[in-house]
Design a binder for this molecule. Structure first.
Ligand SMILES: Cc1ncc(COP(=O)(O)O)c(C=O)c1O
Length: 437
């Protein structure tokens, strides 16, 4: 095979077409909130790789930690040895998680960690079933597909999926156009009904919830709802699993999104921002619960995480602490939301700007339902002007803002200015199409 240093369409043809892609030209470099492509274009990356590059691209302390670790130990298999960095990381993450969580299992992807959490809940309770919530996204492996209901595409063609999964409502006052208390009461009543009619508490191991729906629309679970779940779990012995894969590690303006509702999880699932870009995930639980796993009954070649990821994870915790990224996410998130509300005030239909910290969802409605068309046009116009943004939501009508946790005020101002111009262009192009068709 000849060696080609230049990029060609033929080379990308060698990549599976299963991946949809926002920016098509290969990216060669990233720094802070920006990435640069092979043609020298720069983009403001407000996707953070779907919430992964939490400390920005190539933060110098993360790069240094990985480089130093790479020269010392690349891999240490957990059944064969105990890598020093895994021990250090476990102690550090214990200090950063809620008091109820003090023992950890490490893996590589979010899905793997959710699968592990379900296995742990089943074996610890001796109960088979799991309750997930409508609109949730938990991954694309067999069990996590079965737990996912954010879009039909993740399930279509793969059924039948593993059994023992039941869905309950996630409160959504904006889409139901009702008072938030009414939506919480209705969702809790739905859950109680499920526990009476379809999966008895005695056969329900766990409830799995994203404290802020990610893929399902960047929708925070109201405090009263989360507290209601905790009460039901306490009453029934069902375990509460918090999937903080996207909302964790300061993203919400708290270390964990659950903190703002003062609810403690029985099992905490973490990934994405955990190691600023290296593949790593974790399951946290109380030592007594974790001890229910029989020796060797869960694991994997790479279970235990790579020392490189552990080094990056330690550096990430340090950067979050020393650069006060929790505070930055809360402050800049408020600023971003305020600017977005201003920008959207010129739209004729209902809009919503929501989300804790730097996990901001912008939902756009048309006259009779979700305005997916405007969101798609807007996303493309933003990309054309050098701003990368993702969308989400069951109706595909939510723009998600996930800049790095250390995003600067200047970067936000630049992004808003691009967004404003793009909104004008998107509305204009839609008006033109309407006139000519
Ligand atoms: C809340 C949540 N859970 C689970 C996952 C699955 O993680 P992964 O893609 O690393 O398998 C994701 C990924 O987007 C997620 O956002």
């Amino acid at each position: 095979m000849d060696h080609r240093s230049d990029f060609s369409a033929d080379m990308t043809a060698a990549i599976s077409s299963v991946w949809g892609r926002l920016a098509k030209t290969p990216i060669v470099r990233g720094e802070g909130s920006r990435v640069y492509d092979v043609e020298g274009r720069s983009y403001l990356d407000f996707t953070s790789g779907i919430g992964v590059t939490a400390t920005g691209h190539c933060h110098p302390l993360i790069v240094q930690a990985v480089q130093e670790q790479a020269a010392k130990l690349l891999f240490g298999q957990m059944n064969c040895m105990l890598p020093e960095k895994t021990v250090e990381y476990a102690a550090a993450i214990r200090d950063a998680t809620p008091d109820s969580i003090d023992t950890f299992f490490f893996a590589n992807s979010g899905s793997e960690a959710v699968e592990g959490a379900i296995k742990l809940a089943r074996v610890a309770t001796g109960r088979p079933n799991v309750i997930a919530f409508q609109g949730g996204f938990h991954g694309r492996t067999a069990m996590t597909m079965a737990l996912t209901s954010s879009k039909g595409i993740y399930r279509e063609g793969y059924q039948p999926l593993p059994s023992g999964v039941f869905f309950s409502s996630f409160p959504n006052a904006f889409s139901d156009q009702c008072d938030p208390d009414v939506s919480v009461d209705a969702a809790l009543a739905d859950l109680e009904r499920l526990l009476k009619t379809q999966t008895m508490p005695s056969e329900t191991a766990a409830m799995l919830i994203e404290p802020v729906l990610g893929e399902g629309g960047y929708l925070p679970a109201p405090k009263a709802f989360l507290q209601g779940l905790r009460k039901i779990c306490d009453r029934t012995g069902i375990l509460l699993i918090a999937d903080e894969i996207q909302s964790g590690f300061a993203r919400s303006g708290h270390m964990w999104a659950l903190e703002s509702s003062e609810v403690r999880p029985d099992i905490l699932v973490m990934a994405k921002g955990i190691a600023s870009g290296l593949p790593m995930s974790a399951i946290g639980a109380a030592a007594e619960l974790m001890s229910k796993w029989k020796l060797g009954s869960h694991g994997g070649t790479y279970g235990g995480g790579s020392p490189l990821a552990m080094a990056a994870g330690l550096a990430t915790l340090r950067v979050i602490r020393e650069e006060q990224l929790i505070e930055n996410a809360a402050r800049e998130g408020d600023y971003l939301s305020e600017r977005l509300r201003d920008s959207l005030s010129r739209l004729p239909h209902r809009t919503d700007v929501r989300g804790p910290g730097l996990m901001v969802g912008v939902e756009l409605m048309a006259e009779h339902g979700p305005d997916k068309e405007l969101v798609s046009l807007l996303q493309q116009e933003c990309l054309n002007r050098g701003l990368m943004l993702l969308t989400c939501g069951i109706g595909g009508n939510v723009i998600r803002w996930i800049p790095p946790l250390n995003v600067s005020r200047d970067d936000i101002d630049e992004a808003i200015s691009i967004f404003d111009d793009s909104l004008d262009a998107a509305m204009e192009s839609r008006a033109t199409v309407a006139l000519t068709s």
